[in-house]
Design a protein around this ligand. Structure first.
Ligand SMILES: [Zn+2]
Length: 125
């Protein structure tokens, strides 16, 4: 089973929400489906980023709560693999799709410099 991560940059509200993320499945029981509801956040005070997982929102006596739908079977550390992969995918797209030396590259955007193979340009820069 192959899984890929899709990053959807945030529109800017709330300001600390940087992006939403989806996990797409190719092969296996979940083939052709995507798991939505992940989000990348800027930590308060700008000390790094964290990832929130798909959750069901509910209210108890007017108090909002969330129940995580993707949960560790046994060890809490099981969440680290997908969390780190989402952060890495976000960072890769944040840099844009061109070489670091390119002056016209834009975050999350397609570069307008006209390089034929931007990914190759990025890798060899
Ligand atoms: Zn470029």
């Amino acid at each position: 089973m192959e899984t890929t991560i899709k990053i959807i940059p945030s529109s800017g509200t709330p300001a600390t929400k940087l992006a939403e993320a989806e996990v797409h499945f190719d092969g296996g029981l979940l083939s052709g489906l995507k798991l939505t509801g992940f989000a990348v956040w800027e930590r308060r005070g700008g000390a790094g980023r964290n990832v929130t997982f798909p959750a069901k929102q509910y209210a108890v006596n007017g108090e909002r709560r969330a129940f995580a739908l993707l949960r560790p079977i046994e060890h809490a550390t099981a969440q680290n693999t997908i969390r780190d992969a989402i952060l890495a995918a976000y960072e890769a797209q944040e840099e844009g799709d061109c070489a670091p030396t390119c002056a016209s590259r834009v975050p999350f955007g397609e570069c307008t410099c006209g390089r034929v193979d931007r990914q190759l340009a990025k890798e060899t820069a």
